[in-house]
Design a protein around this ligand. Structure first.
Ligand code: UD1
Ligand code: UDP
Length: 374
């Protein structure tokens, strides 16, 4: 029997991190032929992940441009994938999550009538513009998909509520936990922590969401600087997203401070090990909200909504919103109230056992009637 041709299509850092365990599993399994297509919606941040996991794309669309817009990403990816799909003739296309690459690739799969598997399906805030455009991207992808690999029962319920067919929804856990299993190492040395003493408390910040950019982000940065000023035993580390607008605002509002380090995006293994050593994390990232509960590090989510209620229920995440005063109160509380801090600092991972990729392969094999010889 010929191997099943599985085409994975992705473009940004988080997609690459969460697709990597699936690609590595496909490479080892003779029932499948793995075809890796990257759009390179992100360039440097994608390449860092590809290098770490030793993934060599079969096709690289290399689309990233400065100041790219949702429209230019969508149209470029859609038109370029046309020839790629015609040439490679995959049996199934896998996409991940909710980026613009994800939506455009899903549409391309539909136009070519190729089966579409959505990894990390079913996440919802039910708010059209929050996060923007990710909430509509994932809803639209789920309309187009044939097989849903959902991380949790909550995401399964979300899809059932939208009347998707139960038989096509599989709870697999999140592949980010598979990735975490390969990266976290308590003995790893982190060179950028050289100047940080044992007595200092590390606060990690990441921020990049479109709906936070502009005035909201500037006000938050100003408040964070004041918080660091008021707590002399803290050090803030912010690996700044490569978006030039975020880079310049971070420099303007958080630069030139002896206890604030603005650094380049970290390799994912370094980032996971940094997370594990932090006292507290502030973020608007999606992936960080899934990783932190597994590591037992409290997270203040700097967003108005979250599609990761499991982390909130586990006690590790607190949705604080984007009002500077609310953020200030929440940080002050975690820095001064040890009872409250300990309530949040428990490692309780709601996102699976690190075997999501293995399950996804088993499900695909079953869907396509492959022999069980992996
Ligand atoms: C994208 C996703 C978002 C995801 C995020 C992960 C969409 C609409 N958004 O947002 O869901 O959370 O990735 O980080 O798909 N840049 C570089 N080098 C890089 C990466 C980015 O220079 O390696 C710069 C470029 O100038 C680019 C800009 O960042 O134009 C914005 O990148 P883009 O992919 O459009 O948006 P993100 O905010 O990264
Ligand atoms: N990450 C990384 N280096 C960094 C910051 C984050 O490797 O400097 C990883 C992080 O561990 C997580 C993913 O990037 O797995 C999250 O990506 P991002 O926040 O860009 O996107 P989102 O998850 O919000 O879509």
């Amino acid at each position: 029997m010929a191997a099943l041709k599985v085409m994975t299509i992705f473009g940004t850092r988080p997609e690459a991190i969460k697709m990597a365990p699936i690609i590595k599993a496909l490479e080892k399994d003779q029932r499948f032929e793995s075809i890796v297509v990257v759009t390179a919606q992100h360039r440097q941040m994608l390449d860092a992940v590809l290098e770490l996991f030793a993934i060599k794309p079969d096709v690289d669309l290399n689309i990233m441009r400065p100041k790219q817009t949702l429209t230019t990403i969508t149209t470029t990816v859609l038109s370029q994938l046309d020839q790629v799909i015609c040439r490679k003739k995959p049996d199934i296309i896998l996409v991940h999550g909710d980026t613009t690459t994800t939506l455009a690739a899903s549409l391309a799969a539909y136009y070519h009538q190729i089966k579409l598997g959505h990894v990390e399906a079913g996440l919802r805030t039910w708010q059209k513009y929050s996060p923007f455009p990710e909430e509509m991207n994932r809803q639209l992808v789920d309309v187009l998909a044939d097989i849903y690999f959902v991380p949790t029962k909550t995401s399964q319920q979300n899809l059932l509520q939208e009347h998707h067919t139960d038989a096509q929804i599989y709870v697999t856990g999140n592949t980010v936990i598979d990735a975490l299993k390969t990266t976290v190492d308590q003995t790893a040395t982190l060179p950028f922590l050289k100047g940080v003493t044992e007595r200092q408390r590390l606060i990690l910040l990441t921020m990049h969401r479109r709906e936070n950019q502009g005035l909201t982000m500037r006000r938050i940065f100003k408040m964070i600087r004041q918080i660091i000023d008021r707590h002399p035993d803290t050090v803030l580390i912010y690996p700044v997203h490569l978006n030039p607008a975020i880079q310049s605002m971070a420099q303007e509002e958080l630069g030139n401070h002896e206890r604030i380090q603005l650094i380049k995006p970290l390799e994912v293994d370094e980032f996971h090990n940094l997370m594990a050593r932090c006292y507290l994390i502030m973020t608007d990232s999606g992936g960080v909200q899934e990783e932190a509960p597994a590591l037992g590090v409290p997270v203040l989510v700097l967003r108005e909504t979250t599609e990761r209620p499991e982390g909130v229920a586990a006690g590790t995440l607190r949705l604080v919103g984007t009002q500077p005063v609310a953020i200030e109160q929440a940080v002050d509380e975690l820095l001064t109230n040890q009872v409250r801090y300990q309530e949040m600092a428990h490692a309780q991972n709601p996102y699976g056992d690190g075997r999501a990729a293995e399950r996804i392969l088993t499900i695909m094999a079953r869907e396509f009637g492959l022999a069980d010889i992996g």
